[in-house]
Design a protein. Structure first.
Length: 142
């Protein structure tokens, strides 16, 4: 079984620096009213970014392998947060947006399905605790 490691170091207040096996430091911080200096992403925000990065890499790789001609690809992620502490995500929606010419919806749907059901480990972990929905748009561009 593989093991992954990370280190998170306190800087000041609620400001931390973290890195994992890839050896890249990431600043983590909170708002000033909670003792932070707003100098980095909030930890919970990184969960959404990780989800988008994980499924996005899968989808981009699958579409590239299938030679799907997308010019731009991005995702909008939106999460609902519980009112009570701990203020966890209760629902997450992913919107995949593809720009280009001649992008077939069947290719997009299959790539998203493979990512969400087979390849994306972040989705696999999160969907055990949070409802995850998705949609997509294809924007024809020149």
């Amino acid at each position: 079984m593989a093991t992954k490691k990370a280190i998170v170091k306190h800087v000041k207040g609620v400001t931390f620096m973290g890195k994992a096996d890839s050896n890249h430091w990431i600043p983590l911080d909170g708002p000033e009213q909670l003792g932070g200096s707003d100098a980095g992403s909030h930890p919970k925000e990184l969960i959404l970014i990780a989800l988008g990065g994980c499924t996005g890499s899968d989808v981009a790789a699958i579409l590239t392998k299938k030679r799907v001609p997308f010019k731009n690809f991005y995702m909008n992620l939106e999460a609902e947060v519980s009112e009570e502490h701990p203020k966890v995500y209760t629902k997450i929606n992913l919107e995949y947006v593809f720009e280009g010419q001649g992008i077939k919806k069947e290719d997009v749907e299959r790539a998203i399905e493979l990512s969400l059901t087979k390849y994306c480990s972040v989705t696999a972990m999160l969907q055990k605790a949070v409802g995850i929905t998705h949609s997509y748009r294809i924007v024809e561009t020149q």
